[in-house]
Ligand binder design. Sequence first.
Ligand code: SAM
Length: 280
Amino acid sequence: MELWYTEKHTSNLGITMKIKETLTKEKSVYQEMVILDTFEYGKLMLLDGLVMLTEKDEFVYHEMISHIPLYSHPNPKKVLIIGGGDGGTLREVCKHPSVEKAVLVEIDDMVIEGAKKYFPECAKGFESPKADVQVTDGIKYIEETEDRFDVIIVDSTDPIGPAEGLFHKKFYEMCKGVLTEDGILVAQGESPFISSMQRVVTSMNKDLEEVFPNVQRYLAFIPTYPSGMWSFVFASKKYNALSDFDKERCEKDSFDLKYYNAEIHQAAFALPNFVKELIK
Ligand code: SAM
């Protein structure tokens, strides 16, 4: 008997994968986590039935959400990651020699433990001496922290459940207060191709533009995310992701990356007309 997992992206379309076995199925107060072993993409983590990451393509998301802001800031020392419980973003952030401290604030310990057990490649981020892992709500952390950060990365689930507040203008205003004078915020920004997500793409840009002087959207190709076309938003007080991109540092570092490079950094900000239309 063949076993297949299907995530419906719309009521008429989805992604389907043949699975070897179910490795775990657990529930926390926040969400349900299922980890499957698939034939094509290796291990797959689902939260509330939605693909969070697979072993085979996680590098795209994690490299693109991390290195774009870190090479746009001249000297990022303190980085805050909201969400990101699989550890992949932490792994990428900690590669930068300038980064002295990376605080990861994940609401759900179940995700961290699941990643440690089933996604060791991502979870090696947790082993870095620079990592400071806090299990609490990112909104509460931002409200209460007295720390200031050069870069904040919002590596969250979709804007439903515990992540909903991470997509509000009020949250962006609080982030601005926690950023240093020349700080940068990057957030995962949903798919501009999926009609039910287009509203979020538009409202994120609008809200961020009301809070930050510079807002730029960029794209990456992530095979297992809805439509494969994924977006991120770069919002900053001072730096422009293109004109302040430290190409020299980027080319000098040899992090052995699989997706991100200097050409991708620049090309990722070239937007198709329909995306420009959504955020104009
Ligand atoms: N790459 C993924 C994606 O876009 O599909 C994101 C994966 S990561 C596992 C998202 C994490 O954000 C989850 O582990 C979830 O528990 C966490 N999260 C959601 N809301 C949060 C909040 N308010 N504070 C902190 N973490 C939160």
